[in-house]
Design a protein around this ligand. Structure first.
Ligand SMILES: [Zn+2]
Length: 191
């Protein structure tokens, strides 16, 4: 079969109409299913209670069933940004279906180095929550803000009670930062 690219919904409808299997499925959806079907229609028959016909297309639940002639073009669209096998499957799952769609997606991803690279990327590390605190001044968060009106600011926040200290400084360099922090922290030698 020569792959043909559907460019419009009308073409998709024409393919549905002309494609033997899907035209038969559409007929059954509209006028009732026989007690048995040929093995090639088994995938549709298994879903027969979830199929509907809408404006010439056949739907499985909310997914449009793509006629075989359009499969290559649709696979090409799914693969355009090399999203990797999982993302392609999840994209497809939202909109389209045909028998063997998952296997076709796996085949494309397997033969593509870029998609395989996506698959090999390590899973994201789980976020680690900060430990619960029992007293003030036991964990501080510090950052710089600026420049604003030619000044920088050290912002220090106490994680327990969210107390804020904001101190202006001339630049976010080490020396001024140490001096600012010394002015905030108690020096045990002087208490
Ligand atoms: Zn790819």
């Amino acid at each position: 079969m020569t792959p043909v690219r559907p460019r419009t919904t009308v073409q998709l409808l024409q393919f549905t109409d002309r494609h033997g299997q899907l035209a038969t499925v559409r007929h059954y959806v509209l006028s009732g299913w026989p007690r048995e079907v040929d093995s090639e229609l088994r995938h549709y028959w298994n879903r027969r209670h979830e199929l509907s016909a809408l404006g010439g297309c056949v739907l499985w639940e909310s997914r449009v069933i793509i006629p075989q002639k359009a499969w290559p073009r649709v696979l090409e669209e799914l693969h355009v940004a090399h999203p990797g096998v999982s993302r392609m499957k999840s994209l497809a799952r939202s909109y389209i279906w045909w028998p063997g769609l998952d296997a076709d997606i796996e085949k494309i991803a397997k033969s593509c180095g870029t998609c395989k690279g996506h698959q090999r990327s390590p899973p994201k590390a789980p976020l680690h929550p900060w430990a619960q605190l029992e007293r003030a001044w036991s964990r501080l968060h510090i950052d710089f803000a600026g420049p604003f009106l030619e000044r920088w600011f050290v912002i220090l926040s106490d994680a327990y009670c969210t107390w804020l200290e904001v101190k202006p400084m001339s630049s976010p360099a080490t020396g001024p930062t140490i001096r600012v922090l010394q002015s905030i922290f108690c020096d045990p030698r002087t208490t």
